[in-house]
Design a protein around this ligand. Structure first.
Ligand code: IMP
Ligand code: MG
Length: 179
């Protein structure tokens, strides 16, 4: 099995690029079916969702717009529970159908904050597309419309997700190995 070292941790290959691409295509197909005629605004949550958003959007074929916000909550392996907004939303979402594009819904704290903010700003319909979900880590009651893959509650890197800023460039997903 392929393992890699990032800083002080070992990670083992857990989801391959081919499996990722197949799962992302399925989400795009569902979005193409549901979002037809809705002129959606896709809202990519940086940094982690940049790869998922890129692959997803190449397979979305309904007329749409895409924009970005930047949030941060993790330090090393753990969420701080405090979501910092680093780059906010410039566009008006009043009356818009918004699809939030996330790398992973973990505790759900980040997504809860994004959803509340979009509602307060007047979005008429809000949907969530996440590449990954850790169902066992969820602490908030949020509705996630599109989930490419569900994974166990272990720390992972790759495909946009990082360990202390490293590993985002990996095209496969790796899971931390207990030491
Ligand atoms: P939540 O607020 O706990 O749902 O966490 C959301 C953010 O934490 C995600 O958007 C990721 O950026 C980050 N995150 C959660 N789990 C992991 C992980 O296993 N590896 C790397 N980043 C993670
Ligand atoms: Mg994220």
């Amino acid at each position: 099995m392929s393992t890699i070292q990032i800083k002080d941790k070992k990670f083992a290959l857990s989801i391959t690029d081919a499996e990722i691409q197949a799962a992302v295509c399925k989400v795009a197909e569902a979005i193409n079916r549901d979002m037809s005629g809705k002129d959606p605004l896709f809202l990519c949550v940086l940094n982690g969702a940049f790869m998922f958003a890129s692959d997803l959007m190449k397979n979305v074929n309904v007329p749409c717009q895409i924009t970005f916000i930047k949030l941060s909550s993790y330090e090393g392996l753990y969420t701080t529970g405090v979501v910092k907004e680093i780059i906010g939303l410039n566009e008006s979402v009043v009356g818009r159908t918004v699809v939030v594009v996330e790398d992973i819904v973990d505790t759900g704290i980040t997504m809860e904050r994004i959803l509340a903010s979009l509602k307060a700003k007047g979005a008429s319909e809000i949907h969530v597309a996440t590449f990954l979900q850790k169902p066992d880590a969820l602490q908030r009651d949020i509705q996630v419309d599109y989930i490419a893959m569900k994974i166990p509650n272990d720390f992972i890197v790759g495909y946009g997700l990082d360990y202390d800023g490293y590993g985002r460039n990996l095209k496969d997903i790796y899971t931390v190995v207990a030491d």
